[in-house]
Design a protein around this ligand. Structure first.
Ligand SMILES: [Zn+2]
Length: 676
């Protein structure tokens, strides 16, 4: 054997390169008070702006006496997302935040909110009645690790707990938000599942865990929720009314202000040339600096309530949510049993994490889990294993000193048999025009823009998969390509095991990026682990453009994800997740899991025998390339790791070797002799 080689060295090298690029993919940690701009890209805002601006114009043109200046009361529900720590803030701290909102939006005399601005006529009330008409204090508490919050999980927060957003303002209090963010909010016209705001617990109110704060993060975020931009939106801009923050009486600001310097005047294009309004709630200045909503901002808030958020403040809704002045709160609200799980469907032996979300301070819990192990529990948040096939009901009896309440959910948990997945190798190159590929599924929860077949650009023509984030305005929603269940144990145990695919992507704005996440589940799709995450510069393969991105051949990139730790799993699910943020088109092509049909070469030996066999790792086909001027025959044989001859491609194998039918883990020999 003149030149025999194993693939491993080369493959290890590939893996190291991948790991390093993974590090580069991480964004630098940047402290920012508010994530509004990052999560509400220009396309969304443009669409909403046209409608809000029209409403503001109508408001100003109508006779002032026709404009009601009545108080508009917004019922609020606060979902405290905690994991048992101090982020499980007190009712007093929450009530104090509601007071601060009313001081700020009402310019209440004698409070820090009584600044040089106006009374917006908006007020807030912790709901006294829940969506089912039951007495409540307007606070829902849930214990989950999701309290360490990443904005990409914001849909999960809302799956855990969400009250009809045409009747309640949903506020989520969490322990942390990634990158030190203080809070963020949706903008008017966002889809319902995006609606509401998320605020860090130690900025919520000015007491308890937020004793060092002034409670203005929520004031600022609700400003966004009511249609306001940052005062520095668009920098100095061209016009102080019709761009920037679209409010005439807030002087333009070139950048966020982080200190309460009243003399800063970052823009000279306003007339009269006024300093930056650092006291405005919509700047980034400290809480104790802020005290102003202007008349122009009030007009936008009123227009938003007149055109988008039209039901939430109506007298009818104020009554049914228990926020009217006639509402007589019962002496004590009775306990209301309630629970949720994010994973009601599991495989045999699957684990279900039940989360109590009973209202009104339950103090003990009695659970019944027919079909589960254990079959009963008195824990608040039990973890139950299901080792019997079928569909099972769950009962929770929640109790406190005032009584008990029972919630019975029939057929709530579904337990299915884990199967044996499809054998390797797996490939999806989309080229047969069948979409989704046989056995795969598309997940399109918003029934909007979704993964589809694309024939304009493909890594391997004629087709690739593509999702059009350029026209997708449901920011934050997930769209998935879910591969069929795979049996990774059919890979060669001695071989590497990798998921390989090609992608292409461009942005529409340098500040925003969609996200590609690849996840794997080894428990029938109950829990997923991220095995690759790309966004921003790590995802980009083409230039930023506001026209549809159609990649050239050179704008495709290859990803290799090591699956070695999953090689004994017989039933895994892998999914490709696009989280849209109004960027541009994302393409996928040539997805493959080789299962061990891996080839390689040892480069230093090329000088002695200048033949390359590539790519490495390879799948189905490899190419044979000799250096220019080499005219002798090339004899290629394939051996297994024990040295047994598997296939002899002969002295003239051509430029392409078909590996079909060969097991994983190959050793190639190449020589210019007919024998070894
Ligand atoms: Zn903001």
């Amino acid at each position: 054997m003149l030149h025999a080689f194993l693939f491993m060295k080369r493959l290890l090298l590939s893996f190291l390169v991948f790991t390093q690029s993974g590090l580069f993919a991480q964004n630098p940690a940047t402290e920012q008070p508010c994530l509004f701009d990052a999560l509400n890209p220009p396309a969304t805002l443009r669409a909403a702006e046209a409608r809000i601006s029209a409403a503001v114009a109508q408001l100003k043109s109508s006779n002032a006496t026709e404009n009601s200046d009545d108080i508009r009361l917004i019922p609020v529900v606060v979902h405290v997302i905690h994991n048992g720590g101090s982020e499980n803030i007190s009712k007093a701290q929450i009530e104090r935040q509601i007071e601060i909102l009313n001081e700020d939006f009402g310019k209440l005399p004698g409070t820090p909110g009584d600044g040089a601005g106006v009374d917006t006529r908006v007020r807030f009330c912790l709901a006294n009645t829940d969506p089912q008409g039951r007495c409540t204090d307007g606070i829902v508490r849930l214990k989950t690790p999701l309290t360490t919050h990443q904005p990409v999980d914001r849909a999960s927060l809302k799956n855990l707990s969400f009250w009809d957003n045409t009747r309640y303002l949903n506020i989520y209090v969490v322990k942390t938000i990634s990158n030190g963010v203080g809070g963020y909010s949706s903008f008017p016209y966002a889809p319902p599942e995006e609606d509401g705001l998320v605020v860090r617990h130690n900025l919520f109110g000015d007491s308890g865990t937020a004793a060092a704060a002034g409670g203005r993060t929520a004031t600022h975020e609700i400003g966004h929720w009511l249609g306001l931009y940052h005062t520095f939106n668009g920098g100095c801009g061209q016009d102080t009314c019709s761009d920037g923050d679209y409010v005439c009486d807030t002087p333009p600001a070139a950048n966020p202000n982080f200190t309460c310097n009243l003399n800063v005047n970052s823009c000279g294009n306003d007339n009269p040339n006024l300093p930056d309004q650092v006291r405005n709630y919509m700047d980034y200045t400290p809480d104790d600096c802020k005290s102003i909503f202007t008349q122009g901002q009030k007009d936008r808030i009123t227009a938003t309530l007149d055109t988008v958020r039209t039901h939430i403040w109506t007298p009818d809704n104020v009554v049914v949510t228990g926020c009217d002045s006639a509402y007589m709160e019962p002496p004590v609200c009775l306990v209301v049993a309630d629970f949720v799980t994010l994973t009601p469907q599991v495989c045999l032996e699957g684990i279900v994490y039940f989360i109590d979300r009973s209202l009104n301070s339950a103090t003990s819990w009695q659970w019944l889990f027919p079909g589960g192990m254990p079959a009963t529990s008195t824990l608040q948040n039990p973890t139950i294993t299901y080792d019997t096939l079928g569909t099972f009901s769950v009962t929770l009896i929640a109790t406190n000193a005032n009584g008990s309440d029972t919630l019975f959910l029939e057929n709530y948990v579904q337990v299915t048999e884990p199967g044996i997945g499809q054998s390797l190798p797996f490939s999806a190159n989309f080229d047969d025009g069948v979409f989704p590929p046989t056995g795969a599924e598309i997940y399109n929860p918003d029934l909007g823009i979704h993964w589809e077949l694309d024939s304009l650009a493909a890594h391997s023509p004629p087709y690739a998969a593509r999702i059009d984030n350029l026209v997708n305005v449901n920011y934050g929603t997930r769209d998935e390509i879910v591969l069929p269940f795979l049996n990774l144990s059919t890979s060669n145990p001695d071989s590497a095991l990798s998921l390989i695919f090609w992608w292409a992507y461009a942005r529409s704005d340098p500040n925003y990026s969609d996200e590609l996440i690849v996840q794997i589940s080894k428990d029938c799709g109950v829990n997923y682990t991220n095995i690759l995450t790309k966004s921003g510069n790590a995802l980009v393969t083409g230039p930023t453009q506001t026209t549809p991105f159609i990649p050239t051949a050179a704008q495709w990139r290859k990803a290799t994800v090591n699956l070695f730790q999953y090689r004994t799993e017989e039933y895994v699910k892998i999914r490709f997740v696009n989280v849209t943020d109004g960027g541009n088109r994302l393409y996928l092509d040539d997805i493959q899991i080789d299962g061990g049909l891996v080839t390689g070469t040892i480069e230093p030996e090329r000088a002695a025998f200048p033949v390359r066999i590539f790519p490495n790792p390879a799948f189905e086909l490899v190419r044979v390339q000799t250096e220019a001027g080499w005219n002798e025959p090339i004899h290629i044989r394939v051996f297994d790791t024990l040295g047994r001859l598997l296939r002899d491609y002969g002295p003239d194998p051509g430029k392409t070797l078909d590996l079909a039918g060969l097991p994983a883990g190959l050793i190639f020999s190449k020589s210019n002799q007919p024998d070894r």
